[in-house]
Structure formats: structure tokens, C-alpha cells
Design a protein around this ligand. Structure first.
Ligand code: ATP
Ligand code: MG
Length: 317
């Protein structure tokens, strides 16, 4: 059990009944609730792959900020950057130039994961297996490899079995495609976390993603299931965002988190400083939302895939 403590610094004029004052008062109350929150860390490592083949929906932003929020709640976290763009490595302040050993060496040359994992300057609890530009070629090189779908799984199993203090949570940041890199992530993980951007066409392509998860579950990794859906870039002032959120909750009542990530300038600024929003501005609305999501994720535990796997009729928004 871990008691999360945070300073509560906001000065809010409660006499001022404007929308902004109400928003600030709400944020202050939520910070206070977070300071009082207790979390239980998982006994067994939880491995989640953050996937959505749609580009720019907040996969990397969610991976790094959730990871930092989990670490700030006391969890040991490993982020595996499986995207050749290397944005997660950048946001975690981890060097990932071409000469650095990376996930590429693990997948193609069978380097032990322990040889490439680096600690983020943000927290000793936060580690990252970086991606380098070499990973761009891995998708093609993997095709001719033995056990091409299982390479990450084997490396991760070996790492977890041989590390003195294994991570409580592993988060895998996927590229925006359903190629062999993403398949390696699906095979290595127990849970899929799908970020959904609260925009038009949010649900487009989701059937295809769920179909891929079902295929992997059937043929390669039976425990895999969609445990979590997180609504991102939510702008509560627009009717569209509210409609998207309602529609996703109707389709996936069990999977959608209560926490919603707002669209926030601080969230989008943080990576350019090589930081997560938790380090960049830990009291901002975006940081508070990711800290709430971390508490919720730990509180939900690893739901298993009893009952029907989530499915849907393709919707367009
Ligand atoms: P890709 O498919 O290219 O890997 P992605 O799904 O990982 O993209 P991100 O890179 O996380 O998406 O986010 C896309 C863009 O949206 C980035 O510029 C990011 O800074 C911005 N963004 C993400 N979440 C938020 C937010 N809550 N508020 C404001 N901007 C956001
Ligand atoms: Mg990304």
C-alpha cells in the first residue's frame, strides 16, 4: 500500500463564480482527493500494450504520462518503446541516438532486455527500453526470423524472471500500424489499453483493432484482452467530444475508464522539454488526469476476459 502525498498549492477565489473559478475549484478538489488516495501495487507484473492503429490519438502521450504517474504513486514501471519514431524515449529523457543499444538489438540480435534498459532522469522507478531509428527496418527484418511474433515476449519473460526487482507495470508504446512490431507487443502483453481521441472518426478502425486482438488471443496469446479504454484530448466544451465519449461508453461500458484526459497545452508542451507532464507541471489539469488514471488503473486490477470479448459494429464519428 502506498500513500500518495502531494502539496496542494492552488490559491482559488471561491467567491468568484465564473466558469474558470469553478474549474480551478474542481481541480483543487481533485488534487486533494489524489493526495488522500491509497493504491495497491500489483503482486504480479502487469503488462499492457498501448495500441491503436490510428495515428496521433495519444498512444505515446498516454504511455509516458501514465508511466510517470504510476512511478509517482510508487510503482516500478518499464516503458518499452516499440515505435521507430522514438517519441516515448524522447519524452522520458532517455538517449536514443543510432549508436545506443535499443529494442532493435533485442528483437533482431537477441540482446537481453537488461542490456538496453535505461533509467529515466525523472524517477529511479521509471525505466525505458528505448527505440532507435534502426527499428524502422525491424518490421521487414523480422519477417524472415524464427519465432518472429514471440521475440519480445521471450525477451520480456527472461527479463522479468532475472531482475531482482521486476517492474510492477510494463507499458509498451506501439507504432500506428498492425504490423509485426505491434504483433510482438500483443504477444508479449496480457492487456491492451486503447487510447481513443474524442474527435470525429474516433471509432473508425476500432473493429479491425479488436479483430486483431481476437486473432492474437486465438492463435498466439490466449490471456490477451482489451482491459482498458482511455478517452484522450477531451474538450468538454464541444458537443462532439461529449457525443464521442457517450458512444464509446455505450459500446464498452466495462473497459472505458471513468477518468478522461483533457486536451491541455501543458501535455503537448512537455515532450519538447524531454519531460512527461508529471515532471513538467505536476499540478496542471493534464497531469492531475494522468495521476487519476494511474490510481484508477491500479484500482481496477487486471480484469480477465470473462464473458464476451468486446466487439462492435463499426461506428463513424
Ligand atoms: P503516433 O500514431 O504518431 O504514434 P500517438 O497516437 O502516439 O501518435 P501522440 O504522439 O501521443 O499520439 O499525440 C499526438 C499529438 O497530440 C502530439 O502532438 C501530442 O502532443 C498531442 N496530444 C496528445 N494528448 C494531448 C492532450 N491531452 N492535450 C493536448 N495535446 C495532446
Ligand atoms: Mg506514438
Amino acid at each position: 500500500m502506498f500513500h500518495v502525498k502531494h502539496p496542494d498549492t492552488a490559491a482559488v477565489d471561491f467567491g468568484d463564480d465564473t466558469p474558470l473559478a469553478r474549474e480551478l475549484a474542481d481541480l483543487r478538489a481533485r488534487r486533494r482527493a489524489l493526495a488522500d488516495a491509497t493504491v495497491s501495487l500489483p503482486v504480479r507484473t502487469r503488462t499492457l500494450t498501448v495500441s491503436n492503429q490510428k495515428g496521433g490519438v495519444g498512444k505515446t502521450t498516454t504511455t509516458v504520462n501514465l508511466a510517470a504517474a504510476l512511478a509517482s504513486a510508487g510503482a516500478r514501471v518499464l516503458v518499452i518503446d516499440l515505435d521507430p519514431q522514438g517519441n516515448a524515449s524522447t519524452a522520458l529523457g532517455v538517449p536514443h541516438t543510432a549508436d545506443i543499444p535499443s529494442v532493435y538489438d533485442v528483437l533482431i540480435d537477441e540482446f537481453p532486455l537488461a542490456d538496453i534498459v535505461q533509467t529515466s532522469p525523472e524517477s529511479p522507478l521509471l525505466t525505458c527500453a528505448p527505440s532507435t531509428i534502426h527499428l524502422a527496418g525491424a518490421e521487414i527484418e523480422l519477417v524472415s526470423q524464427v519465432a518472429r511474433e514471440h521475440r519480445l515476449r521471450r525477451a520480456l519473460d527472461d527479463y522479468l524472471a532475472n531482475t531482482a526487482e521486476p517492474p510492477h507495470v510494463v507499458l509498451i508504446d506501439c507504432p500506428p500500424s498492425l504490423g509485426l512490431l505491434t504483433i510482438n507487443a500483443f504477444t508479449a502483453a496480457d492487456e491492451v489499453l486503447i487510447p481513443i481521441q474524442c474527435e470525429y472518426y474516433a471509432l473508425e478502425g476500432l473493429s479491425q483493432l479488436l479483430g486483431s486482438v481476437q486473432m492474437i488471443q486465438k492463435h498466439l496469446n490466449p490471456p490477451l484482452h482489451v482491459s482498458t479504454i482511455l478517452l484522450t484530448m477531451y474538450d468538454g466544451r464541444t458537443r462532439l467530444a461529449q457525443q464521442v465519449a457517450e458512444e464509446v461508453r455505450t459500446h464498452f461500458p466495462r473497459e472505458v475508464m471513468a477518468t478522461v484526459i483533457p486536451r491541455s497545452v501543458r501535455v503537448s508542451e512537455a515532450p519538447s522539454f524531454g519531460q512527461t507532464v508529471i515532471a513538467y507541471d505536476g499540478q496542471s489539469a493534464g497531469a492531475v488526469a494522468y495521476r487519476e488514471a494511474a490510481v484508477e488503473l491500479l484500482g481496477r486490477g487486471s480484469t480477465d476476459s470473462e464473458g464476451d470479448a468486446p466487439s462492435m459494429n463499426e461506428g463513424k464519428r
